[in-house]
Design a protein around this ligand. Sequence first.
Ligand code: PEP
Length: 248
Amino acid sequence: MSIYMKKPFIICNWKMNPATPREAKKITQEIARITEAKKGTVIIAPPTLFIERVRALYPWVAGQDISAHAAGAYTGQISARMLRKENVSYVIVGHSERRKYQCETDEQIAQKIKQAHGEKITPIICVGETKKATIPQAWNKIKKQLDILIPSLVRGGNYIFAYEPVWAIGGNKEVDPKYATDIIYRIKLYVRTQTQEVSPVIYGGSVNCENIDSLLYYKNTIDGFLVGSASVRPKEIKNIIKKIYGSY
Ligand code: PEP
């Protein structure tokens, strides 16, 4: 893993927010003011239309998705190469909202990972069970996802896994940090066994100011956080980042 990737990773997934470029600029400036590279990597994933603006103010930017194809007749999609040309170093792939609304499959997500690696973009690979389940049941589902995704990883390349229990996404769902940590531990072990490489694994699902302390209790296993809803509330994301910085 290259030196510009420093733990903890905090991914701010803005989803289809904020509504205006002016607000995007304001949130970016707020985040830029408090981040310090030596304390970790805070990455902003804005809507595609705002990438250039955000990138002009802040270095660590991610796409929210890329095409599974390098180029061609794919209306509405953007390629890994396009992101690279905008100096974007990260991309989220396999987010549950894309799996749900765009019916994305693990096979397509594996292609996206290959596209990202091909352009030296770090994929942030989302996995997770859709329904609340016991740990063995959830792990069974996640292992199936990993078995399709892992073969697309490039040896020695950068990648981050994000464990996101889909039922916990939404900003204010109840999260059991011990449950999440147990699954993250299994993902780490499995990826390591399959690839002989160590991958960071972060947690995403209703991370907010109220529950971040209880999640940080498991910081030895959790390598960072994917924050959705809270990441477009400037005061809240700043508090979350400060708490994370103070803990690792
Ligand atoms: C997400 O967008 O992946 C996410 C975790 O969202 P939220 O923090 O709102 O649950």
